[in-house]
Every structure is written in structure tokens, then in C-alpha cells.
Design a protein around this ligand. Structure first.
Ligand code: ADP
Length: 616
């Protein structure tokens, strides 16, 4: 068989298997793709429904806030620039009406004295402060504090500022709340006296008072206090959240005053448009609610988290406010009626359990189908190759048998022609030819009998004639027969004395031994001696034939006992045979309840043994 022929069958089987597997895999991939698309679509639908619910919840919350506004609850804008402080007090007011107070004659006189006679001036201010009421008192305390500081009478200055602080929100020094002016004065006193510790403490107290809000100050004043005083003096920075709220109110107030505020609305306002304002009641009496981005997030986070969503919110101009979503879905205000854009994603993109289950089922189904196909194909391939091998062995057998028959028949015919033709006159030669004729006939007969017996044994139709046999008898007679027929061969027969008897079929055992001896002869082309032996091993009798011939490679040692199987070396060396001898030996051994053994190495010879149970 040349290379392409030898590989044709496996290639055919591989092709026939791989093609449907490829088709199956392709179908599988397509199914999985479609399934994934379907899954994505379903996930998106789920996301849309959840996002719709979130938008609705937010809308309802905003409506609730607006209902409160309509009921008057919120920050009220007042025409004179101030804002109702009922809600959270603001850090500064949108607008502060200017307070212009002309100094009283006493105050003017005291001020006049400041340069020429500070002591007199101090006394004058103290007098006004102790007896005076209304704006004069505050102004006197402000001037007194400043003058005392200039005179470096710091403790007295501090006392003056403490008195001033008691006046609370009363406007002094051009409209500033007395309490804040007092704080400012106290801090300056510490600054000028070089008392850093008390200065920092005062700055912190000033910051607390300022951030409590509710003062009638504008943004400029607030920034002056915060950035030019509190912060340089070591106080904390302002709460950005509160600043944005106040900014947002100022923004809305200005729009309102310009007449640009609709009756109701929702809009991001303030310096960076970072605060969502909702208002109602404009233009007559606007009421506002404010939500900055932190508040928006805190207010609704639970809503989208409960739906398993992540939400990023940005203003309609695209400015990002908060949240980082993976943007699977964007809901613009046109869809939600909300005043911002929501970018929505799901927290986990893990598919639903049933989807995972279905995918796994499809994949395992395909895998199982592929495995089954491969297994079926392998099985079929094995059966086919076995059948092909058997068919080839059988045809080899037929060819070998024909050849085995033809050889003796040809020489018999030739001998008969010689004898019948009376060409041979010498009696000695005639006898020799007759002997040759007898030998060939014997060989032919033995071959036919071996084949017939094997045929019967193979078909389990052989009738075994078991009897008690003396092993030595069987072995010696086989040895003698061998010596008689294969004369030039040296055979050593080595039989232990005191061997037990065996129960066996004499003829079958003789035939088996003959086959082993004939093989030893055939496969020892150099004429090395052969040994026939019999010995006792435990409860068995071992009869064996040992030669030093070709030997059998390990890979072939199992196979040579199968019918029609001939060794590669035997075929290569052109040694005649039909491949049933060892199969017959094996059947005979098994029919006697025994086994066959083989020890062999290629090139070193072989020892075949029949291991038979001993009798008694
Ligand atoms: P045959 O001898 O007719 O080929 P057998 O069944 O008797 O068939 O033997 C099967 C094969 O076993 C042989 O073809 C040969 O390769 C191998 N064989 C048997 N006996 C021997 C031996 N004594 N030495 C080497 N090879 C042997």
C-alpha cells in the first residue's frame, strides 16, 4: 500500500467527521450570536423600563417640591433685594439697600477731636456710647474701638467691640451688621497686638458667624470678609455649597427684577449654573427651592441604586454634574421632562441566570454532539479497518495456501513423470525418488490435516479425545517424528524424569508440538540447534520449544497467535507459511485448560511453551 492509499481511509473518515462538526460549530456560533443579540436587546429593554421608572420617581419628587413651593414653602424673593430668611439663611443677599446715615453733631464733634486730643475724643465716644441710642451708639463704638486700637489700648478696644457685638444685625459703618464689624475689630486688635493665637481663634469665630448666614450683606462684602480677612487671619474657607446657593438666589432675583422670570420653572442657575432652582409664584411673589449637584445626587441615588442602575447627570448644555455611568442609554429632557440629561448604565452587565443557562446548554449540546460524532466516527473507522485487515489477511491466506499446495504438487508431478517415463533405470535413484515422493505426500497430508483441524477448532466443532497421557511419550514421539522428517536438524530433547501425567488429546497435542518444532526449524535459517523440553512447574507441566533463530519483535508477540497473522520478518525473509500454526497451538492449549507462553527478542530466538495442568 503506498502513502496516499494508506492515508486515504483515515483522511476520508476525518473529512466525513470534520465537515459535519464544522457545520455544527458554525450553526452553534450563529445561534450563540443571535442569542447574544437577543440577550442584549432584552437587557436594553430592561434598562429602558428601569430608567423610565427612575425618571418618573424623580419627576414625582420634583412635582412634590413644586407643590410645596405653590403652598409658599421655600425661599421668598422680596422686591427690596432681601430674601425671606425663614428657610436656610443665605450667606449674602442678592441686593442690599444702601444705608446713608449722617453723623449726629455729637459724633461729628468727637471725630473732630480725634487728631487734636485723642483722650478727649475717647471720652466723647464713650459718653455717646453709654447714653446714646439708635445708630449713634453703634457708630460711636466703631469709632471708639478704632481709636483705642490706634492708642494701643487693646483691652479697652476689645471691651468696646464686645459692646458693639451686642448690637447684632444693626447696621453700622455704612450698613454692615454691627456683630460682624465687632468681630472684625476684635481680630484686628489681636493682629495689631501681635496675639496670633487669639487672632486665629477670633478668625474662626468670625467665619462661624459669617457662615451662619442671614446677615444683610451683599456678595462683595461677603467676599471681603472671607477672602481679605478671615482666610489671611488663619480662618477656614467658605462652604462652597452655601456660596452657590446664595449665588443662585442672587441670579434668580436679578432675572426677576429684570422681569425675565417665568411664572414657574426649573433651571440651573448661579455662577457656574451648578444649582438646580425650582420656582413658582413669579412674577408677583416668587418662591424658590434650590438643589445643588451634591443634593441632587444624595436625594435620588437610592432611587437608581434600587433599580440596579448607575446614573450620570449633566446639564442640557452638556456640562457634566456628577456620576460616571457606562452610558448604555441617554435620556434627554425631551423624553423625561426633567431639566437635565441622564446617562444611564446598569451596575452589573452580568446576563440573567436563564440566559447563562441557555448559553451553557447550547455550548454543551454542541460539544456533546461533536464528541458523539467523533466517537461514532472512530468506532466506525476501527470496525472498517478491522474488517479490511481481516479481508486482507484472508486473501493473503488463500494466496499462501495455494502457494503451499502448488510447491509439493509440482515436485510430486515431476517425480512421477520421471518414474513413469522409465528414464530412471538405476534402482538406487528410483528408491530415492520414491522416498522424495513419500516425503512430499506426507508434507501435503500434514498441511491439509492441520488446516482441517484448525477449521474445526475455529468453528468449535472439533471433538477432543481426552485421555491420560504420559508427557514423556508425547514429547519423545514428537521429537522422533521431527528427527525422521527433518533429518539434518540437530534437536535436543530434554524431559525431566518423574513428570506427572496430563489429561489430553494425543493427536492435537502432537500436532501443536509439531507446529512449534516446524516453526523453530523454519525461523532458524542458520541451522542453530533446537531444544524440546518438558518440566514440572508447580501444578503444571510445561512443554516448550526453544530456538535461536529470527525471534519475534515485542510489538508482534501478541498478534502472532491470531489466525492468518504472519510476522513481518517472516514475510520479508520469504519464509513459507499460512499463519494458522500458532493460532492452532493456542486453541489446543486453551482446550486443555492451559495457556501458551512466548519469550522472544528480535534476532535472539524464541521459546514457546505450552503450560498444561498436571493430573494428580
Ligand atoms: P506461519 O509460520 O505459517 O507464518 P504461524 O501461526 O505458525 O504461521 O506463525 C505466525 C508467525 O509467528 C510467523 O509468521 C512468524 O512470523 C512468527 N513465528 C512463529 N514461530 C516463530 C519462531 N520460532 N521464530 C520466529 N518467528 C516465529
Amino acid at each position: 500500500m503506498n502513502w496516499p492509499e494508506a492515508h486515504k481511509l483515515p483522511a476520508l473518515f476525518a473529512g466525513a467527521t470534520l465537515l459535519p462538526i464544522a457545520v455544527l460549530c458554525w450553526l452553534g456560533v450563529r445561534t450563540l450570536d443571535q442569542d447574544r443579540d437577543l440577550q442584549r436587546q432584552r437587557q436594553r429593554e430592561r434598562l429602558e423600563v428601569a430608567a423610565g421608572r427612575v425618571a418618573l420617581d424623580i419627576e414625582q419628587d420634583l412635582q412634590q417640591i413644586e407643590a410645596n413651593l405653590a403652598a409658599g414653602n421655600g425661599i421668598r424673593l422680596l422686591p427690596r433685594g432681601s430674601v425671606s430668611p425663614r428657610q436656610e439663611p443665605l450667606l449674602f443677599q442678592p441686593d442690599v439697600p444702601a444705608v446713608i446715615v449722617l453723623p449726629s453733631p455729637q459724633l461729628a464733634a468727637a471725630a473732630h477731636l480725634e487728631d487734636r486730643n485723642p483722650f478727649e475724643a475717647i471720652r466723647a465716644y464713650e459718653r455717646i456710647a453709654s447714653i446714646g441710642a439708635g445708630p449713634d451708639r453703634g457708630e460711636a463704638l466703631v469709632a471708639l474701638g478704632a481709636l483705642l486700637r490706634r492708642q494701643r489700648r487693646f483691652e479697652e478696644a476689645l471691651r468696646a467691640y464686645s459692646d458693639l457685638e451686642m448690637l447684632g444685625a444693626e447696621p453700622v459703618a455704612g450698613g454692615q451688621p454691627a456683630a460682624l464689624v465687632a468681630k472684625q475689630g476684635r481680630a484686628k486688635t489681636f493682629l495689631e497686638s501681635g496675639d496670633q493665637v487669639r487672632l486665629r481663634r477670633e478668625a474662626a469665630a468670625f467665619a462661624r458667624a459669617l457662615s451662619a448666614g442671614g446677615w444683610l450683606i451683599d456678595r462683595a462684602s461677603f467676599e471681603l470678609y472671607q477672602h481679605d480677612m478671615i482666610e489671611p487671619w488663619g480662618g477656614p474657607s467658605a462652604d462652597l455649597h452655601a456660596v452657590r446657593r446664595a449665588d443662585a438666589v442672587a441670579d434668580l432675583w436679578q432675572r426677576w427684577r429684570r422681569g425675565e422670570l417665568e411664572a414657574r420653572g426649573r433651571r440651573f442657575v448661579g455662577r457656574e449654573s451648578s444649582v438646580l432652582a425650582l420656582w413658582a409664584g413669579a412674577p408677583a411673589a416668587p418662591v424658590i427651592a434650590l438643589l445643588d449637584s451634591d443634593e441632587l445626587r444624595a436625594r435620588w441615588q437610592a432611587v437608581w441604586e434600587s433599580e440596579g442602575l448607575t446614573v450620570a447627570v449633566s446639564r442640557t448644555d452638556g456640562q457634566h454634574l456628577f456620576g460616571a455611568a457606562n452610558h448604555e442609554l441617554t435620556l434627554p429632557p425631551s423624553e423625561t421632562r426633567l431639566p437635565f440629561i441622564m446617562a444611564i448604565g446598569s451596575v452589573s452587565s452580568t446576563p440573567a441566570t436563564e440566559d447563562v443557562f441557555r448559553r451553557r446548554a447550547v455550548i454543551s449540546g454542541i460539544a456533546v454532539a461533536c464528541l458523539l460524532m467523533i466517537a461514532a466516527s472512530c468506532g466506525l473507522y476501527r470496525i472498517t479497518t478491522r474488517e479490511l485487515l481481516l479481508a486482507r489477511q484472508q486473501s493473503d491466506f488463500v494466496a499462501a495456501v495455494s502457494h503451499e499446495f502448488r510447491t509439493p504438487l509440482t515436485s510430486m508431478r515431476h517425480l512421477l513423470d520421471l518414474l513413469i517415463g522409465r528414464d530412471v533405470v538405476d534402482e538406487g535413484r528410483k528408491t530415492h525418488y520414491y522416498d522424495l515422493l513419500a516425503g512430499e505426500t506426507e508434507r501435503l497430508q500434514r498441511m491439509v490435516e492441520t488446516l482441517l483441524s484448525f477449521g474445526r477448532m475455529d468453528a468449535a466443532a472439533h471433538v477432543w479425545k481426552l485421555e491420560l497421557l504420559t508427557v514423556a511419550d508425547v514429547v519423545y514421539s514428537a521429537g522422533n517424528e521431527f528427527r525422521r522428517e527433518i533429518t539434518p536438524r540437530s534437536l535436543e530433547v530434554d524431559v525431566d524424569t518423574d513428570l506427572p501425567s496430563i489429561r489430553g488429546d494425543r493427536e492435537a497435542l502432537s500436532r501443536a508440538l509439531w507446529n512449534l518444532l516446524e516453526n523453530a526449524h523454519k525461523y532458524s535459517p542458520n541451522g542453530d540447534p533446537i531444544r524440546l523440553f518438558a518440566r514440572r512447574t508447580g501444578a503444571t507441566v510445561v512443554i516448550g520449544v526453544e530456538d535461536h533463530g529470527l525471534g519475534i519483535p515485542v510489538a508482534e508477540q501478541q498478534r502472532v497467535f491470531q489466525k492468518f497473522v504472519r510476522g513481518d520478518d517472516a514475510k520479508r525473509a520469504g519464509i513459507r507459511g499460512v499463519g494458522v500454526g500458532l493460532a492452532l497451538v493456542k486453541r489446543v492449549a486453551e482446550a486443555h485448560g492451559g495457556t501458551v507462553g512466548l519469550t522472544s527478542a528480535a534476532g535472539a530466538g524464541s521459546t514457546f511453551t505450552l503450560v498444561l495442568p498436571a493430573e494428580g
